[in-house]
Design a protein around this ligand. Structure first.
Ligand SMILES: *[C@@H]1O[C@H](CO)[C@@H](O)[C@H](O)[C@H]1NC(C)=O
Ligand SMILES: *[C@@H]1O[C@H](CO)[C@@H](O)[C@H](O)[C@H]1NC(C)=O
Ligand SMILES: *[C@@H]1O[C@H](CO)[C@@H](O)[C@H](O)[C@H]1NC(C)=O
Ligand SMILES: *[C@@H]1O[C@H](CO)[C@@H](O)[C@H](O)[C@H]1NC(C)=O
Ligand SMILES: *[C@@H]1O[C@H](CO)[C@@H](O)[C@H](O)[C@H]1NC(C)=O
Ligand SMILES: *[C@@H]1O[C@H](CO)[C@@H](O)[C@H](O)[C@H]1NC(C)=O
Ligand SMILES: *[C@@H]1O[C@H](CO)[C@@H](O)[C@H](O)[C@H]1NC(C)=O
Ligand SMILES: *[C@@H]1O[C@H](CO)[C@@H](O)[C@H](O)[C@H]1NC(C)=O
Ligand SMILES: *[C@@H]1O[C@H](CO)[C@@H](O)[C@H](O)[C@H]1NC(C)=O
Ligand SMILES: *[C@@H]1O[C@H](CO)[C@@H](O)[C@H](O)[C@H]1NC(C)=O
Ligand SMILES: *[C@@H]1O[C@H](CO)[C@@H](O)[C@H](O)[C@H]1NC(C)=O
Ligand SMILES: *[C@@H]1O[C@H](CO)[C@@H](O)[C@H](O)[C@H]1NC(C)=O
Length: 631
């Protein structure tokens, strides 16, 4: 019986994928070829396979991530518009994992089967969108009895954007509950749970509830009973972005009290030089908080958020992922106040809606973020999807001792919190970030590893060729100028991408000028601030680049405290070469270089081509395309 059922679903699966017509992609693509190709014909060309990604269609923010201890299962949901390549009618897709490496679509990969929480009827409190939110493996009384609880933003009016007048009633905050381990979800009968934004705030937005227990905050606020705390993304027009702060007794998660804003940054300000700290912009999205102990047991308080509108000439995108470390104190009115002491970019490229959860199974803080495309809307129907998540990353307090202020830059207000020691050296505390070790090992499963002996070099060279699902690890020292890696290079150098550290500007750069011969795709150089430490004993630290290319998705990690995610769309099938990049007149020593070619597919139960037929919505379904674009 079981066999018969599974044979039937295999048969249905093969019938439904016939719309993915074109599997023969030319070895060298150009823009005019693409324009003549059908929907989904490039589905496989630049698709990440070792990343968390929707089966097809549009995806954005990570949502509802949690570890369910009752069933020893991780959950990860995502903003999803199945059958469409653009944002609209946004719901939550859902997948689960036992190990954070491989994932299973809940409900199956086909069509919109993986939808977990969907919009109600148009006109109802969540009829136009299930916006982002978070989850906890508890019931409404805060007990771990196998119930799963999701807190999301219910949307009833659109459009919404921090630049537009806010339509009263657009966003409210609601619960969805699962009693079967996330297979099915029911909306809480008394939704919405929080029905209006803070009075007297002329808001830019009010969304993306993030809720967690926060024992340190209980102590600070003298709450003898454990509470949950919640933050949202928000802002006050012409005043500044805000993180509204709420609490509820753990024993009644429906009873939320507004505790003011965590802090009051003014519009588009920054803690330090925006080159190093970013700017807060005008509206926050996907705010989240956490505290972490350092190796001496001292607690550090962090918030991270997406800042909208704070683009600078170095960071041209209109939104970016920031974090701040702050001191927490009590205000005269008894509420909590966050005072930033360090600030940096969670990701220097396009990763956005970066949020985190407590991986209670491993007692670590795990972050996910959304990597949009940078195709400039070209070839979108041919690709048949947009968006993926970067690798899950561990966030931790990175402590570096014995530093000296070699050039004056260490002690400027920026992304390090510094303590001067009696011997004149400094200890730096910053927010560390690295892809989860266990996930890195997991996706290497089935790959082939190579080691390269390179040494001191003063000109660029190609070392080998791999694939566009590849990991690099390389250690550099003694930079006399810009140097790093070349990836995704074609044999005739028609296409290549250079990733390098520039010691004169303290920047990591991804030069995409020649990443693709198709000029429609974004080709600006992505720049992030990276200031190498100088140690009293050993001098300037080595630069360790850990780079992952997965289809179009390129992630660059440096020294466990720098992350940059970007996209490249080479036109050629043979753009798989890699080597060392050396800027004009520069030299560097490459002490180690490893590659792992052919990273694993993390959705083994899906076919690689999981495309679905595209649907374009009618004017009636989209309020004449004012709610969303329709395709
Ligand atoms: C498949 O791709 C080829 C080569 O680009 C193109 O000529 C053909 O029209 C495509 N077919 C479909 C159905 O898209
Ligand atoms: C792509 O999908 C849309 C919506 O189903 C359809 O109208 C259009 O004809 C398709 N385009 C091609 C080239 O097949
Ligand atoms: C906004 O909506 C709320 C709840 O529906 C209502 O109480 C309030 O008066 C409205 N405010 C304005 C300015 O319309
Ligand atoms: C809210 O902000 C908008 C845009 O700045 C402004 O036009 C409007 O008057 C403000 N409303 C209130 C009630 O302050
Ligand atoms: C809600 O919680 C507050 C404490 O945070 C408490 O004072 C109040 O009595 C609770 N309300 C209800 C209806 O339980
Ligand atoms: C920020 O982006 C906007 C919209 O693209 C643009 O008009 C503005 O010039 C940018 N500002 C900076 C400082 O780059
Ligand atoms: C925001 O701040 C940045 C950095 O100071 C500046 O370059 C940009 O022009 C500002 N944007 C606006 C809209 O004021
Ligand atoms: C995770 O939660 C547990 C239990 O509440 C807590 O003891 C631990 O410190 C938290 N860990 C992190 C990394 O947030
Ligand atoms: C930072 O270092 C650069 C290069 O060594 C130097 O030109 C600059 O003055 C330093 N900045 C500060 C604030 O000391
Ligand atoms: C980069 O893209 C622009 C279009 O946005 C194009 O005009 C330019 O030629 C491209 N640069 C290179 C080096 O291909
Ligand atoms: C939005 O998505 C839900 C869930 O798939 C669906 O039931 C509903 O018809 C869609 N609404 C519109 C306007 O397309
Ligand atoms: C859409 O636009 C058409 C033409 O302007 C108009 O007749 C119709 O009433 C509009 N429909 C909606 C739902 O706004």
């Amino acid at each position: 019986m079981l066999w018969a059922v599974s044979m039937l679903s295999v048969l249905l699966a093969s019938l439904k994928t016939t719309n993915a017509q074109n599997t023969t992609i030319p070895a060298v693509l150009d823009a005019s070829m693409i324009e003549s190709m059908g929907n989904n014909s490039l589905f496989m060309k630049w698709r990440p396979t070792s990343r968390f990604i929707a089966p097809a269609g549009w995806m954005n923010d990570p949502c509802g991530m949690m570890y369910d201890p009752t069933r020893d299962t991780y959950h990860l949901m995502y903003q999803w518009h199945p059958y469409h390549v653009n944002w609209g009618n946004i719901s939550w897709g859902h997948a689960t994992s036992k190990d954070l490496v491989t994932w299973t679509d809940v409900g199956g990969w086909e069509g919109n089967n993986a939808e977990g929480i969907v919009t109600g009827s148009v006109g109802s409190y969540d009829g136009l969108g299930i916006f982002s939110g978070s989850a906890q493996p508890v019931n409404l009384q805060g007990e771990q009895d196998g119930t799963l609880l999701v807190f999301y933003t219910s949307v009833s009016r659109l459009p919404t954007n921090w630049r537009l007048p806010y339509l009263n009633g657009t966003e409210t905050q609601s619960f969805a509950i699962s009693n079967d381990g996330g297979v099915t979800w029911e909306k809480y009968e008394s939704n919405p749970v929080i029905s209006a934004p803070p009075e007297e705030w002329n808001i830019t937005g009010w969304r993306d509830p993030f809720f967690e227990p926060w024992p340190e905050m209980d102590r600070l606020l003298s709450n003898t009973e454990p509470h949950y705390y919640a933050v949202f993304g928000s802002g006050i027009k012409q005043i500044g972005p805000r993180i509204p702060f709420y609490s509820a007794p753990a024993s009644d998660l429906t009873n939320w009290t507004f505790l003011g804003a965590l802090w009051e940054p003014a519009d588009n300000t920054s803690l330090g030089n925006p080159v190093e700290t970013g700017t807060y912009g005008f509206n926050f999205e996907v705010s989240n908080f956490f505290s972490l102990d350092d190796e001496d047991g001292d607690v550090h308080y962090y918030i991270q958020m997406g800042a909208e509108g704070g683009n600078t000439t170095l960071h041209t995108r209109g939104a970016w992922a920031l974090w701040n470390e702050g001191l927490i104190s009590r205000r005269a009115n008894g509420f909590a106040q966050f005072t930033p002491v360090a600030s940096g970019a969670g990701d220097w490229g396009l990763l956005y809606a970066v949020t985190s959860f407590n991986d209670t199974k491993n007692n670590r803080r795990v972050q996910w973020g959304w990597a949009p495309e940078e195709m400039n809307d070209f070839a979108i129907n041919q690709q048949g999807f947009q968006g993926a998540f970067a690798l899950p990353r561990e966030q931790f307090v990175k402590v570096t001792k014995g530093l000296i202020n070699a050039d004056g830059n260490l002690t400027t207000l920026g992304n390090n919190r510094l303590v001067e020691k009696s011997d004149g050296t400094f200890t730096a505390y910053t927010l560390g970030v690295r892809p989860l070790d266990d996930v890195v090992y997991g996706i290497r499963n089935g790959s082939s590893q190579q080691n390269f002996a390179i040494g001191a070099v003063s000109s660029s060279s190609i070392a080998g060729s791999g694939s566009n699902h590849i990991e690099f690890m390389a250690t550099f020292k003694n930079f006399s100028g810009p140097a790093g890696l070349t990836v995704a290079a074609s044999p005739g150098s028609e296409e290549y991408t250079n990733i390098y550290f520039d010691p004169d500007t303290f920047t990591i750069n991804v030069n995409r000028s020649y990443s693709s011969t198709i000029v429609e795709f974004a080709n600006y150089t992505v720049v992030g601030y990276f200031y190498p430490y100088t140690l009293a004993k050993t001098g300037i630290e080595d630069v360790v680049m850990h780079v992952f290319l997965d289809g179009s998705l390129l992630e660059v990690y440096v020294n466990d405290r720098f992350a940059l995610t970007t996209r490249i769309y080479p036109s050629r099938a043979d753009s798989t070469g890699f080597g060392v990049y050396i800027g004009d007149g520069a030299s560097v020593e490459v002490t180690e270089m490893y590659t792992w070619t052919g990273l694993a597919n993390v959705f083994p139960e899906r076919p690689l081509n999981s495309s679905s037929q595209l649907v374009f919505d009618t004017p009636e379904q989209t309020n004449n395309y004012t709610w969303w674009a329709g395709n």
